[in-house]
Design a protein around this ligand. Structure first.
Ligand SMILES: [Zn+2]
Length: 139
């Protein structure tokens, strides 16, 4: 745990988040600045800044959950497509330096962006978190 890392604080329960799913190695929650309805972040619980630092077991766990989440997003929201993105380093567009995978539902004609500029409506984010978690199939 890194004290000034917002994702470590969310994992520890010290910062609020609209949680969707949790297992031994990963946590999934709603992006607070969504670029689209249902924008999720999947993070390893153990801090690692980026792809270069994260343990392979944690990467595999994040990818496995990402697949389950993609299915859940499709069932819950029926988007035309889902962007799965992961950025390493400020130059690549990374803004929080704790490894994370973005899952972004997209509809035909949506602009391609990775970070939203406006905070999502908290009530709607809470609603979506429930909707998506209910659409998850058991392992
Ligand atoms: Zn962290």
């Amino acid at each position: 745990m890194v004290a000034d890392c917002i994702f470590c604080r969310i994992v520890a329960g010290d910062a609020p988040a609209h949680r969707v799913h949790e297992d031994e190695r990963t946590l999934t929650f709603m992006d607070l600045f969504p670029v689209g309805e249902g924008h999720l972040l999947v993070v390893p619980k153990k801090h690692g800044e980026n792809l270069f630092e994260v343990e392979v077991e944690d990467l595999l766990a994040v990818m496995e959950v990402s697949k389950r989440m993609a299915h859940a997003l499709r069932r819950a929201l029926a988007p035309d497509g889902i962007g799965v993105h992961q950025l390493n380093g400020a130059a690549a567009g990374q803004t929080v330096f704790h490894y994370h995978m973005h899952l972004i539902p997209r509809n035909q004609g949506d602009p391609i962006a990775l970070h939203g500029r406006t905070e999502g409506d908290p009530a709607r984010l809470a609603e979506l978190a429930v909707l998506i978690s209910r659409a998850l199939e058991p392992c």
